[in-house]
Design a protein around this ligand. Structure first.
Ligand code: RIB
Length: 296
């Protein structure tokens, strides 16, 4: 099964901090690293390292060669990535001493997707293919409408949530993968069980995966519901943990594995990602995840 991901590519400027800077405060960082990231690229790398057949689409600027290298190094088909005259997107990420982060995004080239470009890419895809989206590129309503019209199964990670998502026809989404904050923003409810019930009322044909941070993850559709606890690790950087979960979940689902198996594999992959620094560099490969699952 082919998975097309039209998604963001960000250069992540990651600052290690004692604490996340408060409004009006100036604080010195303890360290700085630059990693490839962006929810789109992180999820493509997670898909590919999990074993999926991945096609990445989106826009970079002349400073974005790194992303073509990441694709080449991970077996991701990069032929749909366009290099345009706009700066590559970037993110300023602060990581505090408890591994929590705060992220400031600059969309740059990620927000230069055009209808012509979408039509050109989707011309090569149709029924039997999967489209994965996040909310870091522009034109999501158009992309969703066109992909749905062509019969693709659409998986949406509505992250980061903002008002632009209100223009997306969510009835066309087959799989939602979201965290509690996004679930609360979409439903107006904040307890995880309430979020699931409400989302299934709103989108009864959809499959929902709700990640709950340290409290694990829940899968639900109209017929079944499963809970997966986290695997405890010493967290150093939670960036891309959700992206890793998303990539592994979608891969397992496309392989036809059972939902409990898919959830377990995804949780293990995410736990490994949080034990390492960076976005793309933290995402484990399938063999490592499977080996770690055998350990007690
Ligand atoms: O999900 C983590 C990602 O969010 C980072 O890599 C950053 O680029 C932002 O898009």
């Amino acid at each position: 099964m082919r998975i097309l991901n039209i998604g963001s590519m960000n250069l992540d400027y990651v600052y290690t901090m004692d604490h996340i800077v408060q409004p009006g405060e100036t604080a010195a960082s303890l360290d700085r690293n630059v990693f490839p990231g962006g929810k789109g690229m992180n999820q493509s790398v997670a898909l590919a390292r999990a074993g999926a057949d991945v096609y990445h689409g989106g826009m970079i600027g002349p400073d974005g060669q790194l992303f073509l290298d990441v694709c080449a190094g991970n077996g991701i088909k990069s032929g749909y990535i366009r290099c345009i005259e706009a700066p590559t997107g970037h993110a300023i990420i602060q990581i505090d001493s408890s591994a929590q982060n705060s992220i400031l995004l600059y969309g740059g080239a990620n927000r230069c997707v055009t209808e012509e470009y979408v039509d050109e890419v989707l011309a090569d895809f149709g029924e039997g293919d999967v489209l994965l989206l996040q909310n870091e590129v522009n034109l999501l309503p158009y992309i969703v409408d066109r992909a749905y019209g062509k019969g693709l199964l659409i998986a949406l990670n509505p992250s980061p949530f903002d008002d632009r998502l209100n223009a997306v026809d969510m009835d066309k989404i087959g799989i939602f993968i979201l965290n509690e904050v996004e679930g609360c923003q979409i439903t107006g409810l904040c307890a995880s069980d309430d979020i699931i019930v409400k989302l299934l009322q709103m989108y009864p044909r959809a499959r929902i995966v709700l990640t709950l941070g340290e409290d694990g993850a829940v899968y639900a559709d109209a017929r079944q519901k499963y809970y997966q606890p986290v695997f405890e690790v010493r967290a150093v950087d939670t960036t891309a943990a959700g992206d890793t979960f998303t990539g592994y979940f979608l891969t397992g689902l496309c392989e036809g594995k059972s939902i409990p198996e898919v959830l377990k594999m995804s949780a293990k992959a995410a736990s490994i990602a949080v034990s390492r620094k960076g976005a793309v560099p933290s995402i484990p490969g399938r063999a490592e995840v499977e080996e770690a699952l055998k350990e007690k």
